[in-house]
Ligand binder design. Structure first.
Ligand code: HEC
Length: 178
């Protein structure tokens, strides 16, 4: 009985020593785990019209209202997925970029919108997407106050983008089926 107790405590001491050793070893090798984040720049949207055309709905769409040229019977809404991004287990990977170019043959409709999977808890409640407006040259648009037109679901244009895209919540906020 006594021996057993001695053995047990010896094992405990040894075990503790090993634990300490492994801790200090970990300390040496420790890498701070930062959740992955993708912050889009102008370059993220370069040559978007050469990406995978995921869908191209046309014509007026009353459910859109004026958004995405929904009130234009001649509208063409070209939806491009960078690197042929597709959801895996229902979710898009961080760094996924989708551009929607709404245009018409007369050239009176030219609207470029984008969604970028930013990650890192950027907007955890709404799928960590960043909503972005692009200008005609494919760069991130700047508003009259010089502010980049980008933001998370609740803040971008006062939550306007999210108010619709939340309806596609079950497909990771992307309407176009992939
Ligand atoms: C009135 C509803 C509505 C609003 C507001 C809206 N969207 Fe959309 N969006 C849609 C629908 C519906 C689609 C699917 C394609 C279609 O029907 O034209 C879509 C498609 C997209 C796509 C292509 C990916 C996908 O979901 O299929 C992007 C990118 C996009 N929208 C960005 C934006 C951004 C950025 C804003 C805000 C500036 C915005 N949307 C506001 C309804 C909306």
């Amino acid at each position: 009985m006594k021996t057993n107790y001695y053995r047990l405590s010896l094992m405990a001491v040894l075990g503790f020593g090993l634990l300490l050793a492994s801790c200090s070893k970990d300390d040496d090798e420790e890498t701070v785990v930062v959740p992955e984040e993708y912050v889009a720049t102008d370059a993220s949207f370069m040559n978007f019209s050469t990406w995978t055309l995921g869908a191209e709905p046309m014509g007026a769409d009353p459910s859109l209202g004026p958004a995405h040229g929904g009130n234009d019977s001649t509208a063409i809404r070209s939806i491009y997925f960078k690197d042929n991004a597709k959801p895996v287990n229902g979710k898009y990977a961080i760094g996924s970029v989708v551009v929607k170019y709404s245009h018409n043959p007369a050239g009176t409709l030219n609207e470029y919108t984008a969604m970028v999977k930013r990650g890192n808890g950027f907007d955890l409640a709404n799928g960590d997407w960043e909503y972005i407006m692009l200008s005609g040259d494919g760069k991130i648009a700047v508003d009259a106050n010089g502010m980049a037109m980008r933001g998370d679901g609740p803040t971008m244009m006062g939550g306007m983008c999210l108010s619709c895209h939340t309806k596609a919540g079950s497909s990771d906020y992307i309407f176009t089926s992939r």
